[in-house]
Design a protein around this ligand. Structure first.
Ligand code: NAD
Length: 254
């Protein structure tokens, strides 16, 4: 992508792996300075190393409000302000509703929903201080429609952030702060999340095979293909876009 983000300063959560790492790299390639945050400090530092001079890193657990307050302050200090947030950190725990534990339900809600709420809550004042900015929230195609493959609890988190994103967009637009909020809906993307879900082991279907069966384009997506969409949302090219859903799924939901 062209240098469309020159001068922008952007915090990416969950930047130590998959879509978050690809996004941090793509943002920097497009000219932004990037704070790569992750609960896994080693992975966040690796991402910053890959970016080089435009990257910094920090350890951050998105479920903690205190940590969010510190993360925003650190981003503003290190990058000399903040123009964007990519609320990407997330987990996927699979299981049928009848046997799903309340503990797993709450853990997934804490990371995928509380983490997004806290990020948006504490980013708004920082973006206002910068004169405006852009927030991209990672939902999923699982936040757009139901499914029967053990993703009910995960889908509940992704549906929640989809509507939260629209409400945040409206509050910010009416507030006149020049802050835009959009959700991103990846399809089946080849990242380590599938292995963590236990969906690549024996007897399960790897993402490439699931995608081949489900996606009209016949393949799974690459993390860079989501990252390119996020670069667009962080850039002024999307300046009239807020409260929208950016679906990048090879045609799955078409
Ligand atoms: P991933 O597992 O490769 O990366 C997720 C990152 O989040 C990891 O680096 C992990 O350490 C970090 N993380 C987990 N808990 C955290 C916490 N409490 N605080 C901070 N960081 C934490 O996953 P991915 O596939 O890159 O997914 C990124 C986002 O995209 C997630 O929100 C996911 O739900 C969404 N998504 C992924 C797919 C897909 O097919 N890969 C599809 C739709 C949506």
């Amino acid at each position: 992508m062209s240098e469309s983000l020159s001068g922008k300063r952007i915090l990416v959560t969950g930047a130590g792996s998959g879509i978050g790492r690809a996004t941090a790299k793509a943002l920097a390639e497009a000219g932004a300075r990037v704070m790569a945050s992750d609960i896994d400090a080693v992975a966040a530092a690796e991402t910053a190393d890959m970016i080089g001079g435009k990257g910094a890193w920090m350890q951050q657990d998105v479920t903690s409000e205190d940590t969010w307050i510190g993360a925003i302050a650190e981003t503003e200090k290190t990058l000399e302000g903040m123009d964007g947030l990519v609320a990407n950190a997330g987990i996927a725990i699979t299981g049928r509703i009848e046997t799903f534990s309340l503990e797993d339900w709450r853990r997934q809600q804490a990371i995928n929903v509380d983490g997004v709420f806290l990020g948006v809550k504490h980013s708004i004042p920082a973006l206002r201080r910068a004169g405006g900015g852009s927030i991209a929230i990672l939902s999923s195609i699982a936040g757009l429609r139901g499914n029967s493959v053990g993703l009910a609890a995960y889908s509940a988190t992704k549906g929640a952030v989809r509507l939260f994103s629209k409400c945040a967009a409206l509050e910010c637009a009416r507030g006149g702060d020049n802050i835009r909020v959009n959700s991103v809906h990846p399809g089946i993307i080849d990242t380590p999340i599938w292995e963590k879900m236990g969906m690549t082991g024996t007897g399960n279907t790897p993402p490439s095979e699931r995608a081949a069966a489900l996606a009209p384009m016949g393949r799974s997506g690459d993390a860079s293909e989501i990252a390119d969409g996020i670069v667009f949302l962080m850039s002024d090219a999307s300046r009239y876009m807020t409260g929208a859903e950016l679906v990048i799924d090879g045609g799955v939901t078409a």
